[in-house]
Design a protein around this ligand. Sequence first.
Ligand code: GDP
Length: 303
Amino acid sequence: MLDAVSKGFKAARNRLRGKAEITPEVVDEALRDIRVALLEADVEFGVVKRFIASVREKATGEVVDTKVESKKGAMKVSPADHFVKICHDELEALMGPVDTSLTFKAKGPTGIMMVGLQGSGKTTTAGKLANKLLAEGKKPLLVAADIYRPAAVEQLKVLGQRLGVPVYHDPNARPPQMCKAAFEQARAQHRDVVILDTAGRLAIDEDMMRELEEIKAGTEPDNILLVADAMIGQDAVKTAAEFDRRLSIDGFILTKLDGDARGGAALSIKEVTGKPIKFLGMGENLDKLEEFRPEGLAGRILG
Ligand code: GDP
């Protein structure tokens, strides 16, 4: 995951290794490696620019006390380590602050509305969330409201069966009515969280957005989570910004970070939209959902 970015940071560190002092010239060379790697990973251009400017300022701007206390007494941190620490802090700041919380109603079923483009991993992630909530002692109800992708309803039913979680679907209802009725069913059956798997298209389209707005207005979900495929970089970020504009989402779940995803979305999406990444999809299995930890991802990138 994020291998290319990681390689860029390592190359930058190697440039500084063994140097007694960080000169602006060396910092510039190191930043060039990082810049290329970030752009190759499809990190949004403005984000790359601001990140590089910020690291440059911190690495060259002030005379830094690189002495640290350790068990062996005072010791100097090498310029390479100091530079890596600056990068680590800036990466963390870029992706954070962390907020992996979900909002739960004190009374009555909590609503979680999953939105995103087709193929982003929405249905799979709805199953993963149900699995996580089950483990936390909740009683979820899954709702198969993606009626346009023929396999989605069946796929969710299979996931529900595997988890022992009921799946609500009504072939005769339009998605907004179906979602509303699902909350009635949840109340009647004492299910405390309703997870709506809504329809996605291959690209943002007006009919889809209107339908999602209608579902939102009819069910007033407590959480609207956008599922975005981390493999598609800047496009995922643009899509996220548009969904946020129309639906005012609460946060993101980035999927497919287990593969050789270039991963640019992970580094851009928070900065561009101001909304937090809540979870990462790390595989196809139902237990492959991780809470997002910016320090963890920064650590993985810097190796
Ligand atoms: P939807 O159209 O948004 O509902 O997408 P699906 O849930 O059907 O997922 C599309 C494909 O991505 C499926 O083959 C999933 O198994 C796969 N997928 C979903 N999440 C992940 C993930 O975190 N990692 C990997 N490797 N594959 C995933």
